[in-house]
Design a protein. Structure first.
Length: 406
């Protein structure tokens, strides 16, 4: 999870701005900030004379997702490899998009490029959709005259990253769906089924078994305070997620816990290593210097533990340490990754060896996801059996002893 700022930050919204740079050229862009004053101050520090700032209007269509950017990158790389001029490629992709917001985004970038702005600079005006890693790779491609190759690598990187995220989501889908269904079933039982049984038991007379009395008491409590229970669950979940998102200490603690959770922890760890090695391999192959490449690697890993480790690696490498030595010092990388990094450094093929490590861990994630559902199914069945089965048995105990009660 990317590092967030500490404490309560003001709500940030997207502003569109227009102004003139030091050369008097009209420039436009977008910026996420807490208010217009922040935008004006930031642009002044960049030497831009601001003409107007306004909140970005939300155009029709769905929001732009990572998948849209990945598809655009693959299409642009394919067309440029086929010899289609850059501006014409943008026109084709924009016309082919079914999302009006994506069409507007591509049109704005195309117009900036047409007026002389570099492609990487045009992308940097839209940080909500193109992160620093994306822009750095495009800039390296422009500088080295290998933009088509770098776009192809970037598209592959995005596809691999999205595939890992999709696999993890699919692994979580089954248990989450079962838990939601179980919660709904328990709610229905507590609010409607048990009170009906209680009315029947009152007509029997006699003393009810202890398990039945406990379940009836739980049902009465749930029926009386369901609003408080749902409120606490909803509010608690919201504040927990907000704390996780905004607090650096909370992120670090939760990401450490995630890496140690049985079964899921191993899956998360392997997926993080796959993203880490894939990102560094892509950046290094693009010719980005190692120290600069490490700037984007930590955040791309999606885990605060590895982001902190990457910061330490960057400091050690910048002072002359070998990458493998710096990685070993952190204590978070498995032996296989360290050995492959060492071989890559010695042979001068670090990008190739890291790509091989990424492929290995991507395959490991794929295999784990395939076996995870079958592994979790018996545990889920046992838990549901204990919860719902225990309630049902408790409510039928008086009927089993009906002869003694009557």
């Amino acid at each position: 999870m990317a590092t967030a700022t500490l404490g309560k930050a003001p709500k940030e919204i997207v502003f569109e701005w227009e102004g003139r740079d030091k050369n008097g050229k009209v420039v436009r862009g977008e910026m996420r900030a807490g208010g217009e004053a922040v935008v004006n101050a930031s642009l002044r520090r960049q030497g831009i004379l601001v003409n107007k700032v306004r909140k970005r209007r939300t155009s029709g269509g769905r929001s732009i997702k990572q998948k849209d950017i990945a598809i655009f990158t693959r299409q642009l790389a394919t067309m440029m490899k086929a010899g289609v001029p850059l501006l014409q490629a943008f026109d084709i992709v924009a016309r082919g998009s079914t999302n009006p917001r994506m069409t507007k985004l591509l049109t704005d970038i195309r117009n900036d490029v047409e007026t002389g702005t570099s492609l990487s600079a045009a992308f940097r005006k839209h940080p909500l959709h193109f992160d620093s890693l994306y822009c750095n790779l495009v800039e390296a491609g422009e500088a080295g005259g290998i933009l088509e190759e770098l776009l192809d690598r970037l598209a592959l990187y995005q596809e691999k990253t999205m595939a890992i995220k999709s696999k993890i989501k699919s692994a979580l889908m089954y248990p989450v769906a079962v838990i939601v269904v179980a919660f709904v079933v328990l709610t229905v039982i507590m609010l409607f089924v048990i009170p009906a049984f209680e009315d029947v038991f009152k007509s029997f007379g006699g003393e009810l078994p202890a398990p039945t009395l406990i379940v009836i008491a739980m049902s009465k409590f749930f029926a009386s305070y369901w609003w408080a229970i749902f409120g606490l669950l909803g509010g608690g979940t919201y504040f927990f997620l907000e704390s996780w998102k905004r607090s650096e200490k909370m992120q670090m603690a939760m990401d450490r816990i995630l890496l140690k959770v049985p079964v899921f922890g191993d899956l998360v760890n392997k997926s993080v290593i796959a993203r880490w090695t894939r990102t560094l391999s892509t950046m290094f192959a693009a010719g980005v210097p190692l120290v600069e490449a490490l700037d984007s690697v930590g955040g791309a890993s999606g885990n605060a533990v590895y982001a902190q480790a990457t910061e330490q690696i960057q400091k050690d490498v910048s002072t002359g340490s070998a990458l493998t030595t710096a990685m070993t010092t952190t204590g978070v990388f498995p032996t296989m990754v360290l050995q492959m990094a060492a071989i890559g450094e010695e042979s001068g093929s670090l990008d190739h060896m890291l790509a091989k490590a990424a492929e290995f861990y991507e395959d490991e994630v794929d295999e784990m996801v395939k076996g995870l559902s079958s592994l979790m199914e018996p545990f889920i069945i046992v838990i549901l059996g204990v919860l719902i089965g225990g309630i049902v048995v408790s409510m039928y105990l008086p009927i089993f002893k009906l002869g003694a009660v009557v």
